[in-house]
Ligand binder design. Structure first.
Ligand code: F6R
Length: 256
């Protein structure tokens, strides 16, 4: 794992933006796995300002709430439209987000997996992390080999999301999410985490045992993972001085 610790979320985001921009310049038909939530908001703003060509880029979002139509203001369809897609020249036909209103969810999930494979697999998977260690919406106890499927959110995640729905009672219980096995097939995983609320989950993911109780810890088994953290999210990492030294002393050819 490459662990990049920056003083602020803004600085960590700038590095993540450079990683993604480089990929889009080197591979104009890159396949991106995208995340929603508050973590990537600034990243999407930066990417939109970078004058990148998105015409041949394909995207697959990690997840969507079951029961929310693409027009719902809190749907991830709407989130992606408002925060990224309407600001770049991506083609609608290349955008993939699970349909929260699908009548046959297992069939949709199977199709989603096929579409990812048909696109050639995901080059770069952007990830946030839940306060309970979830990636996508793979909550603790998720199978580390899981594929795209329906999941039930934990009370903790519903509390974390309540602010978007005007209270916990209205927060959805069910989501469609790429599985952990699906995420692990991406060629590069780029995980962003900011703020002290994420510190425990980040420490478990990086320095704890690989366990379904902290789904992000499975990334220890992935050959190419980059974490962009601010100081607060990195606060509980035992080896943070070492990670900082590694980043500051990279050989020239490895720099971002
Ligand atoms: C969103 C997703 C989730 C979030 C996580 C953190 O598509 O898959 O794993 O990344 O819940 O959310 P924020 O960024 O709002 O703290």
């Amino acid at each position: 794992m490459e662990i990049i610790i920056q003083p602020t979320a803004e600085a960590a985001t700038r590095i993540a933006a450079r990683v993604m921009a480089r990929l889009l310049r080197e591979k104009p038909n890159a396949v991106l796995g995208l995340a929603t939530g508050s973590t990537p908001l600034q990243l999407y703003r930066e990417l939109a300002q970078m004058n990148l060509d998105w015409r041949r880029v394909a995207t697959f979002n990690l997840d969507e709430y079951v029961g929310l139509s693409p027009q719902h203001p809190e749907s991830y369809h709407n989130f992606m439209r408002e925060n990224l897609f309407q600001h770049v020249n991506i083609l609608q036909k290349n955008v993939h987000i699970p349909d929260g209103m699908a009548a046959d969810i297992p069939a949709l999930c199977e199709r989603y997996e096929k579409e990812i494979r048909a696109a050639g697999g995901i080059d770069l998977q952007l990830l946030g992390i839940g306060t309970d260690g979830h990636i996508g919406f793979n909550e603790p106890s998720s199978s580390l080999a899981s594929r795209t499927r329906i999941k039930t959110l934990t009370p903790q995640t519903r509390r974390d999301n309540a602010r978007h729905f005007g209270g916990e009672a209205q927060a959805p219980h069910h989501v469609i999410t790429m599985g952990i096995g699906t995420i692990m097939e991406a060629r590069h995983c780029l995980l962003l985490a900011f703020g002290g609320k994420k510190a425990r989950a980040v420490a478990g993911a990086v320095e704890g045992p690989v366990t379904a109780m902290n789904p992000a810890s499975v990334l220890q088994l992935h050959p190419r993972v980059t974490l962009c953290l601010d100081n607060a999210a990195a606060a509980r990492l035992k080896m943070k001085q070492y990670y900082r030294w590694v980043f500051e002393n990279k050989p020239e050819w490895q720099k971002f």
